[in-house]
Design a protein around this ligand. Structure first.
Ligand SMILES: [Fe+2]
Length: 477
């Protein structure tokens, strides 16, 4: 039962690509069925919307257009002018957010409490605009979409053996509608909506955009008819709402036009943003498949001047989880937590892949002599780590999460901080150190937060905006 939206949603700006000095954009709209959103107006032209998907009470529309990538500009829609800080050539500011929701009851949370950090980000933009907004995973918490249908009510604990084609079609319809309801509610939140109409977004998914632990669950679940229906509905919704498109029509930044994986890269002046897809090809034994690795190898071999931001939805650097994992395997009750740990690069089952990706990052940095920064969410804490890449180069890992997900207990932050003493050394000669944020004593901060990345005269720094402690001092990258 999709609920009709009283107000149209949009424009939500999504960055399709940067090419020929222009930002290629998609503006997304959700309007009541039968309505048509007005065109996007640019100097000398008006670009009409194209319908992408119909739901019971609403239709999702898109306008593709371009704005300059070397200066600030604006567009008009529905009688309103929207300023866009589109200069990607010189000094610029990027916002990074993750984990925009919670597993249980997110739709029923009180808006101003839920969106307090979005409100702060909006105020920050008003003071000094962001050129882009990066969303690093868990843009939607879909955990509850499986509820309310007989085939998926007990997901993932139990799935039916041989559901009928009719029942499966009904399930697909149920899931599609539930995803719609969530995205429509998220994009209708005034704080996010105001920002998204002015700051182009780039998004990569993590597990909750599908379901908790997707890819780390048993093959009997992910490979089942119900599991595949869930993944299909999540993927269609991801393409539609997070990329403003449908299968077969992926924007130019995607590495695989066929969508076997949904990794993408943006090449802007002095800045590469690399976002591998750690979900589409994931199994209990592998994080990326051949498609994802091909993209990473190709990028490691490419000359890219300036800075590389690697959006890894789960942190690339972290504490020594393998010990904890060994303990959990031995205790049946801890199975769920073992699955959570298996989701991490640091899991014992992904050790070779972890080494491989770190080796690629090292090659990337050494090729052009620039530091690489990995940015991640996922753990609902703020932290950072550094890996020595040799030759005076470093891999910085910045973790910022969540923008709406509340922090776990402080005890968990302290426990992880203690675990960090053990250190980790997956690549011989390149030790990893977990470090406190500027001005913080503990290594993990249990507060909601977002990250601000800033380039001034070619030099990058990062600041976390922490809900209680406020803005940190800048960390040079
Ligand atoms: Fe999350």
């Amino acid at each position: 039962m999709s609920h009709p939206n009283p107000h149209p949603v949009g424009p939500i700006l999504l960055l399709d690509d940067v090419a020929d000095g222009r930002m290629i954009l998609s503006a997304l709209f959700i309007v009541a069925a039968g309505d048509v959103p007005p065109p996007v107006e640019l100097p000398g032209s008006a670009v009409p919307a194209v319908a992408l998907a119909d739901y019971a009470h609403a239709t999702v529309w898109r306008v593709r257009f371009a704005l300059p990538a070397d200066r600030a500009s604006s567009y008009r829609w529905n009688g309103e002018t929207f300023e866009v800080a589109g200069d990607l050539t010189g000094d610029l500011r990027l916002a990074y957010v993750s984990c925009n929701g919670e597993e249980i009851g997110d739709m029923d949370r009180e808006g101003s409490e839920r969106n307090a950090m979005w409100s702060r980000l909006r105020d920050d933009h008003r003071r000094q605009p962001f050129a882009l907004m990066l969303h690093g995973g868990d843009q939607v918490y879909a955990d509850e979409v499986t509820r309310g249908h007989p085939l998926s009510d007990e997901w993932p604990d139990h799935v039916p053996d041989n559901p009928s084609p009719e029942a499966l079609a009904d399930l697909r319809d149920h899931l599609r509608t539930r995803f719609f309801d969530r995205y429509a509610a998220l994009y209708a939140a005034p704080e996010l909506a105001w920002l998204a109409a002015r700051v182009p977004s780039l998004m990569q998914w993590d597990d909750h955009d599908i379901c908790d632990g997707w890819g780390s669950l048993r093959p009997s679940r992910t490979g089942s008819a119900v599991g595949q229906a869930l993944f299909g509905a999540a993927r269609d919704s991801f393409l539609l709402f997070q990329h403003g498109t449908v299968a077969g029509d992926l924007p130019g930044r995607f590495a695989d036009p066929a969508g076997g994986h949904l990794g993408w890269t943006i090449h802007a002046p002095g800045l590469r943003i690399l976002a591998p897809d750690l979900r589409s090809e994931r199994t209990r034994r592998t994080i990326m498949g051949t498609g994802g690795w091909d993209m990473m190898e190709a990028e490691a071999g490419r000359a890219a001047q300036g800075h590389t931001l690697l959006m890894s939805s789960v942190p690339l650097l972290g504490p020594r989880m393998s010990l904890l994992e060994a303990v959990m395997v031995a205790i049946p009750r801890m199975q769920k937590y073992e699955d959570d740990l298996r989701d991490q690069w640091q899991s014992r089952s992904h050790r070779d892949e972890w080494r491989r990706v770190l080796g690629l990052v090292r090659d990337m940095a050494q090729k052009d002599g620039h530091d690489v920064t990995a940015i991640s969410g996922e753990i609902h804490l703020a932290t950072r780590a550094v890996m020595d890449l040799g030759k005076g180069l470093h891999l910085h890992q910045l973790v910022a999460s969540g923008i709406a997900h509340r922090a776990p207990p402080k005890g968990w932050a302290r426990f992880l901080g203690a675990l960090a003493w053990l250190g980790e050394n997956p690549l011989p000669g390149h030790p990893i150190r977990i470090k406190p944020l500027p001005g913080q004593r503990g290594r993990y901060v249990a507060e909601r937060n977002f990250l601000v990345l800033e380039r001034r005269s070619g030099d990058w720094d990062a600041r976390w905006n922490l809900e209680i402690s406020g803005l940190t001092a800048p960390l040079a990258l």
